[in-house]
Ligand binder design. Structure first.
Ligand SMILES: C[S@@+](CC[C@H](N)C(=O)[O-])C[C@H]1O[C@@H](n2cnc3c(N)ncnc32)[C@H](O)[C@@H]1O
Length: 192
C-alpha cells in the first residue's frame, strides 16, 4: 500500500467511527425525516427533475441508471427514488457505491428496504458501468477518495452520451486548505 492509500485507509477508519457514533440517532425516525427533508431541499435547489428530463435517454424507454458515488449511509438515494416523477421512477436503476457499504448496511438496516442496489467499492474502479450511467451523483465524497484525478476520469468514462454528473464537495476558505487544493492539482475540478 503506498502512502496515499495508507492515509486514505486511516481517514476511512475515522469516517466509519463518525458514522458509528450516530448509529443510535439513526435508529430514530426523526433522523431519517430530517435527512430526507435535507435531500429534498438539495434536489429543489439543483432543479433535479428538470436536469433528469434533459438527459436524452429519459425520452426513450430504456432503463435509466442513477449512480451515487460515495453514497454514505444516509445519502441522496434515501430520498431520490421517491422524489422523482413517477413516470421515470419505475424505469430507474439506483446504485449506491461506497467502500464502507458493508458496514453501512450493518449500521442502518433501513437501507436494505429501499429500491437501491448497494455496492461496496471505490470510485477509482468503476469498470462495470462504462458509458452506462445517465445520472451520476457524488455529494461530499470526491475529496475523500485516494486518487481524485482517476475518479474524475472514471466519471467521464462511465457517463452515457448526454449523461449528467452532479459533483459537490465541501469548500473551506482557510489558507491551508486552499494551498493543499492547489498543490494536489485538483484545482480543475468544478466544485459548487
Ligand atoms: C462525508 S461522506 C458523504 C456521504 C454521502 N455522499 C452524503 O452526502 O451523506 C464521504 C463518503 O465518501 C466515501 N469514500 C471514501 N473514499 C471513497 C472512494 N475511493 N470511492 C468512493 N467513495 C469513497 C466514504 O466512505 C464516505 O462514505
Amino acid at each position: 500500500m503506498d502512502s496515499a492509500n495508507k492515509i486514505w485507509a486511516v481517514a476511512q477508519e475515522e469516517e466509519y467511527r463518525c458514522w458509528k457514533m450516530i448509529e443510535p440517532e439513526m435508529r430514530n425516525e426523526i433522523y431519517w425525516d430530517l435527512k430526507r427533508k435535507f435531500w429534498r431541499l438539495v434536489f429543489e435547489k439543483l432543479d433535479i427533475t428538470e436536469l433528469i428530463s434533459s438527459i436524452p435517454a429519459v425520452s426513450g424507454r430504456k432503463k435509466i441508471v442513477i449512480l451515487d458515488l460515495g453514497c454514505g449511509p444516509s445519502g441522496a438515494l434515501i430520498e431520490l427514488p421517491f422524489y422523482i416523477c413517477s413516470i421515470v421512477r419505475e424505469r430507474c436503476e439506483y446504485i449506491g457505491l461506497d467502500p464502507l457499504m458493508d458496514k453501512y448496511l450493518e449500521i442502518s438496516t433501513k437501507l436494505r428496504k429501499l429500491p437501491v442496489r448497494w455496492v461496496k467499492g471505490c470510485a477509482e474502479r468503476l469498470g462495470d458501468y462504462v458509458n452506462k450511467v445517465h445520472l451520476l451523483l457524488s455529494f461530499n465524497a470526491i475529496d475523500h477518495t485516494y486518487d481524485i484525478q482517476r475518479v474524475i476520469r472514471q466519471i467521464c468514462n462511465n457517463l452515457s452520451q448526454g449523461g449528467i454528473a452532479i459533483v459537490s464537495s465541501n469548500c473551506h476558505t482557510s489558507r491551508l486548505t486552499a494551498y493543499l487544493m492547489v498543490s494536489s492539482e485538483a484545482s480543475f475540478v468544478s466544485f459548487y
